[in-house]
Design a protein around this ligand. Structure first.
Ligand code: ATP
Ligand code: MG
Length: 246
């Protein structure tokens, strides 16, 4: 895990400044500012409906921000067309994984390389080292994988585009504790191999243990921010998100 001091010394790879988003008359994000620096794991936690997925997907212009700006690796991406964004080195594993069940594991992973200008098989070798189970299952239809394996496939597919920054929306959702542990340990390996991670999670306890820094989103606003360990010890976080008495 990156030391907070070294992380703060590097330039932000993602910087959201005073971002507001609305669905029709409903304001879902209200003046949200956050940064993710190279080499960090940053987590965003918050209750159902807080606006976590909206915040994550607004980076890709879905929805478009109503006001504010989003910078990625020094480029203003606020108004870029959605399909341009992966090419810059940003990948997302959306809520619900969205793998193609009728295609094989390998075919799903090949789709992930579409973000690359030049196709390469080198990325796959590294990926199969990280996800040996996907190598074993490479010719199997993705729909026949277990939930945890499908989540791994969704992550591997995103990594096949060799992103600088990987955005993950609730990768532990619906998985058994052992698989959650595995996914979180994979996230750590992903960061160690050079991809920065922004992790949206409801599993606040494990996300904050893993993360260098975290943000708490409540009703579309950043309520708290700090180092993972600081937020874990924060009485408000303990009571509201960890189900513990302050
Ligand atoms: N496409 C949409 N149209 C209208 N309202 C939407 C749309 N998507 C989300 N919302 C609303 O925006 C709010 C925030 O939703 P969002 O999915 O971002 O929350 P979340 O924090 O990711 O929740 P969860 O933990 O349940 O995934 C909710 O009130 C939701 O009903
Ligand atoms: Mg969500």
């Amino acid at each position: 895990m990156a030391e907070a001091s070294s992380a703060s010394a590097t330039a932000p790879v993602l910087e959201m400044t005073k971002v507001s988003c609305r669905y029709g008359p409903v304001q879902v994000l209200d003046n949200v500012s956050l940064t993710v620096s190279t080499g960090e794991i940053v987590t965003l936690i918050g209750a159902n409906g807080a606006g976590k997925s909206t915040l994550l997907m607004s980076v890709f212009g879905i929805p478009r921000v109503a006001s504010g700006s989003i910078q990625f690796a020094g480029t203003d991406i606020t108004h870029l067309p959605t399909h341009h964004i992966p090419r810059l080195g940003l990948a997302v594993v959306p809520e619900g994984r969205r793998i193609f069940p009728g295609m094989t594991v390998l075919e799903n992973m090949e789709l992930g390389t579409m973000a690359l200008r030049k196709r390469t098989s080198v990325a796959f070798e590294g990926l199969f080292e990280l996800f040996p189970i996907l190598w074993e299952r490479r010719q199997q239809k993705a729909g026949t994988l277990s939930g945890g394996e499908q989540q791994m496939l969704a992550i591997a597919r995103a990594l096949a585009g060799q992103p600088k920054l990987l955005l993950l929306d609730e990768p532990s959702l619906g998985l058994a504790p052992l698989m959650v542990k595995k996914i979180f340990s994979l996230i750590q390996s992903i960061v160690q191999s050079g991809t920065t991670v922004f992790l949206v999670e409801q599993n606040a306890n494990q996300a904050l243990q893993l993360a260098d820094r975290g943000y708490v989103l409540g009703s579309g606003r950043i309520r708290l921010e700090g180092k993972g360990q600081e937020l874990l010890a924060n009485p408000e976080v303990r009571q509201a998100y960890l189900g513990k008495l302050a």
